[in-house]
Design a protein around this ligand. Structure first.
Ligand SMILES: [Zn+2]
Length: 187
């Protein structure tokens, strides 16, 4: 059986250069707290306040480097807590999203918030071996006390390490911890 490692993503923020300046001031650069698994990406030392219609999170981690567009990635539970509508969407594609306010030390901006659609990052090499293409949907089998099959995992082929990305709600619901191994369900 094919296996793959799951990574669990907690709520985080991607920032554009323009918004970075508005929030932190001119010339500011993010500093690295630690590398994360996808090549070039890092958890920054900096965090922001994320405000919704009803409540707020005082410290949400920024993931660098800067991107083209600012995007906040939350779990559904986070959205209900903040008082915003959860909008499920693939990361990087913000068509219809909910709005939150980001507050930094030097200013605030409005930002789009999504619940990331669960996905599989797969290296080009591995994708070739498994005959996977970007956009394909796969399912994984989770074993254990909260055993489940998670379907509709979108494949993204690229310069990645091969990992399934779930959010905290999804992982907690099926009792999965960060870096745990699961099986690919062969339909
Ligand atoms: Zn991902």
């Amino acid at each position: 059986m094919k296996t793959v490692v799951v990574e669990v993503s907690a709520r985080h923020i991607h920032l554009s250069q323009k918004d970075l300046v508005k929030l932190f001031g001119k010339g500011f650069q993010l500093s690295k707290f630690k590398d994360i698994s996808q090549p070039g990406e890092f958890a920054a030392k900096e965090s922001l306040v994320v405000k919704g219609a009803r409540d707020y999170f005082p410290k949400v981690r920024i993931v660098g480097p800067v991107r083209k567009k600012t995007q906040v990635e939350l779990s559904m539970t986070d959205c209900y807590f903040l008082g915003i509508k959860p909008v499920l969407q693939l990361s990087g594609q913000v068509r219809k999203a909910s709005q939150v306010t980001l507050q930094g030390p030097r200013g605030q901006v409005l930002a789009q918030a999504i619940v990331a659609q669960r996905h599989l990052h797969i290296s080009r090499e591995q994708a070739k071996a498994w005959k996977y293409k970007t956009g394909k949907k796969i399912a994984i089998i989770v074993k254990g006390e909260r055993a489940a099959i998670l379907d509709n995992i979108i494949v993204r082929v690229g310069d990645y390490k091969t990992h399934v990305h779930l959010d905290t709600d999804e992982a907690n619901a099926v009792g999965l911890a960060h870096n745990q191994k699961v099986y690919i369900y062969e339909k």
